[in-house]
Write a protein that binds this ligand. Structure first.
Ligand SMILES: Cc1cc2nc3c(=O)[nH]c(=O)nc-3n(C[C@H](O)[C@H](O)[C@H](O)COP(=O)(O)O)c2cc1C
Length: 172
């Protein structure tokens, strides 16, 4: 992904699409945090710390560092799943957080940008998670967005009948 990337105004439009995700109980179990260019170096240090903590080589550390500069726009996706809402169990809240992420990415695609969610083990690294999350929140992924430098690979499954069927409950 290369420049130009979505502006802050375009990111706000994509967030409004994300806000349309199905949300049982309107719990809003997610939020998004933009990483501005001026903070990329700080993020790079945290990525490097993760690589060192998991025993990475100098090369691994350098690769992780570089990832903080990927994509002209970078947005952290944070889930905040309430564990004790009887009517809305955690899996439904995860569906909402994921649906919101998909709406966000698709909105950016419709604007002509490439956008992709990337996570990896580092999202669970305490130093990194803590800098984005408050108590009870989890860092899910980073959405990297910009102008695609090459065509995305086609999906392996692109046939609705692979996943769409008719229910035959009366025959059971
Ligand atoms: C929460 C989340 C985290 C993801 N993390 C990664 C990742 O770390 N690495 C990766 O290659 N794809 C990851 N993906 C998948 C990509 O975002 C993308 O969907 C996948 O590479 C397929 O690309 P396509 O959507 O263009 O077909 C993740 C997806 C989600 C929803």
């Amino acid at each position: 992904m290369v420049a130009p990337g979505p502006s802050m105004a375009e990111l706000r439009v994509a967030v409004r699409a994300a806000l349309r995700a199905p949300d049982h109980g309107r719990l809003l179990p997610w939020r998004a945090v933009v990483v501005p260019d001026g903070e990329r170096e700080t993020l790079a240090e945290l990525f490097a710390r993760f690589a060192r903590d998991v025993g990475g080589t100098d090369e691994d550390v350098a690769i992780e560092r570089e990832r903080a500069f990927n994509g002209p726009a970078l947005v952290a996706w944070v889930a905040r799943i309430a564990p004790d809402v009887p009517e809305v169990p955690p899996h439904e809240q995860w569906m909402c957080a994921g649906g919101a992420l998909a709406n966000f990415v698709n909105a950016l695609h419709l604007m002509g940008y490439g956008a992709k969610a990337l996570s990896g083990r580092k999202c669970r690294h305490p130093a990194l998670a803590q800098t984005f999350c408050a108590d009870g929140e989890q860092l899910v992924a980073f959405v990297c967005a910009g102008t695609p430098a090459r065509r995305p690979a086609p999906r392996v499954v692109d046939d609705a009948d692979e996943v769409l069927s008719l229910w035959h409950g009366s025959r059971a």
